[in-house]
Design a protein around this ligand. Structure first.
Ligand code: GCU
Length: 422
């Protein structure tokens, strides 16, 4: 038994090593490619103003990304009930209010629950918030002993004490480094976070999470144009926003959606597909997030679809090793967020996510922001590390690895105050 387990681990390690070894990290080997112009419709018509963009260009791009990249949500599922299951007026040493809300969804005999953990500044009656998923449960983002531990499936992470796919007391606070909660509260901004595994467990299995709610007859998985997990997670963020529309302590017009890595891909898609989000942050989102696919630098479309077959819709596989055929690229995903404030961030050592491709994407999306007289990224020359460019479209690359740091949050808070909350 032990030998088999060791063999499996060895094969998995080799697979990761192989997949990363294959990736191109050499700028001189980036292919020549032509980026589609967001200000041209698919049949080549020039888009000259924001009205035409909103009606025609934006709509056809949104349709393309929906049907061929992230997948469409097959129906509507409203919140069946929302319950504040725990609260305190004196959290974080008296600095903030804490709320834990359980949202329930029902269809037939199916039930889905997810919990929103909120820390809200006491100084504001109706607080703006950063809304973002966490990777290992709400209880991991703070030492606060009152945070409820999720019962949902989790990926194992022995270094966090997570084994047998279960979250326990042992993992409380293991991710506090990624969430600068006190800095947010001091700035008058709340945090709302959800464990993404409660909406859809992150594994190639479409029998769990929210997907099966919409199956007809004996359907086992979504159709080729229907939602993968990123789209399902985005759906969950929109439902949280539905809740904020009914909840007096959060300003539903000032919800900034945030995400790191796969959850940064998710925040971008949530912001693109739901215009109620007031601002969008993508932290190290990489391939299928902010990075341009056609550069084929670091992770590629083929690679991501084979390592994570459940993230995107099946139609996206048509572009495996075939990025040339994509009539869009990720700068157009970013453009869908215009004219709302957008922040794209990278890390110097996170070459797998292609920092330059993330930067260029923000630069090329800025064309659409120009139509709205909003300032984006004005030069295609990357800024130096730790020197943020902050406009309606913002970008920074910081020193360090694939992670979320206090430096990142300091920039997001500053930008949010200037660009979203003013
Ligand atoms: C992998 C994956 C990335 C993803 C990252 C993460 O590295 O290849 O696309 O962003 O996981 O979510 O941590």
């Amino acid at each position: 038994m032990k030998k088999i387990a060791l063999l499996i681990i060895f094969v998995m390690v080799m697979q990761v090593a192989w997949s990363q070894a294959e990736a191109n990290y050499d700028e001189s080997k980036v292919p020549d490619f032509e980026l589609p112009d967001p200000l041209k419709t698919f049949n080549g018509k020039k888009i000259r103003n924001s009205k035409k963009w909103t009606k025609k260009g934006r709509q056809e791009l949104l349709d393309f990304f929906t049907e061929n990249v992230y997948g469409e949500v097959p129906g509507e599922l409203k919140i069946a009930s929302a319950q504040i299951v725990e609260q305190s007026e004196n959290a974080l040493n008296g600095k903030a209010k804490r709320r834990q809300v359980e949202l329930t969804f029902k269809k037939g005999n199916r039930n889905l629950h997810f919990f929103i953990l909120m820390y809200l500044p006491k100084s504001v009656e109706k607080a703006p918030v950063f809304l973002g998923y966490n990777f290992y449960g709400n209880h991991t983002i703070t030492e606060d002993v009152n945070v409820i531990i999720s019962e949902a499936w989790s990926r194992d992470n022995p270094s966090f004490g997570i084994i047998n796919n279960q979250l326990t007391e042992q993992s409380r606070g293991v991710r506090t480094n990624r969430w600068a909660i006190e800095k947010m509260i001091d700035a008058g901004i709340g945090l709302a976070t959800i464990y993404y595994g409660e909406v859809d467990p992150d594994k190639d299995d479409f029998t769990d999470g929210v997907h099966p709610f919409f199956y007809v007859d004996n359907q086992q998985q979504p159709a080729a144009s229907e939602w993968g997990s990123i789209s399902a997670w985005s759906w969950g963020l929109s439902r949280a926003l539905d809740y904020f529309e009914t909840y007096s302590e959060v300003d539903e017009n000032k919800v900034i959606v945030f995400g790191h890595s796969r959850l940064g891909k998710t925040s971008l898609w949530a912001g693109a597909s739901d215009e109620r989000f007031a601002g969008v942050i993508s932290n190290c989102s990489g391939c299928g997030g902010a990075a341009l696919s056609k550069r084929k630098f670091g992770e590629t479309v083929g690679r991501i679809n084979s390592s994570f077959p459940h993230w995107f819709c099946k139609n996206f596989r048509n572009f495996n090793n075939n990025e040339e055929a994509l009539p869009v690229d990720q700068h157009e995903l970013l453009a869908l967020i215009a004219p709302r404030p957008l922040y794209v961030a990278s890390a110097e050592e996170d070459q797998w996510a292609d920092p330059k491709g993330e930067f260029l994407s923000a630069f090329y999306a800025s064309k659409v922001y120009d139509l709205f007289d909003k300032k984006g990224i004005t030069s295609d020359k990357m800024p130096a590390v730790n020197e943020p460019i902050q406009n309606t479209v913002s970008y920074h690359i910081r020193t360090g690895k694939h992670d979320v740091t206090d430096f990142d949050w300091e920039q997001y808070i500053n930008w949010a105050k200037e660009q979203v909350l003013k």
